[in-house]
Design a binder for this molecule. Structure first.
Ligand code: FES
Length: 137
């Protein structure tokens, strides 16, 4: 991508616990990216477990505890700063990262492989918003 794209503020990621957006890769395919707090800043990971194609944030924010992202399917814990998992089904794997940078508390997407699409979940192929039927009440 050319340049950088403003995403959100560090405060927002810390207050909400995580912040999801959709980017398109070089083939034009949508990929969900998760911003999570890392110490005073943020880090960005593809919103998908390395074990199976399980999303961390399914539309209600990612489950995070003690600086670790929790896989909702089998419970593996990923370090929110390094993306590394040392436990459970996903043990000894690392989440694919996405390059972001922080300047004056604003988070920017700077990854050459991804273009910002929109905040939130990926749309279905026909452009309609992804169904909320995944959300359980
Ligand atoms: S799908 Fe995440 S640990 Fe199995």
């Amino acid at each position: 991508m050319a340049g950088r794209t403003e995403l959100t503020s560090v405060e927002t990621v810390h207050e909400e616990g995580s912040w999801l957006f959709t980017a398109t890769d070089e083939r034009g395919d949508a990929e969900e990216v998760l911003l999570v707090p890392c110490e005073d800043g943020v880090s960005a990971w593809i919103n998908r477990c390395t074990h199976e194609a399980q999303r961390f944030d399914t539309g209600r924010g990612a489950p995070i505890r003690d600086g670790q992202i929790i896989c909702p399917r089998h419970g593996s814990l990923f370090d929110s700063c390094t993306g590394y998992c040392d436990n459970g089904e996903a043990a000894d794997t690392t989440l694919p990262g996405v390059d972001v940078e922080v300047e004056e508390s604003t988070v920017y997407l700077v990854d050459e492989d991804y273009d910002f699409s929109h905040e939130g979940e990926a749309d279905e192929d026909d452009g309609t918003p992804s169904s909320t039927s995944h959300i359980g009440f």
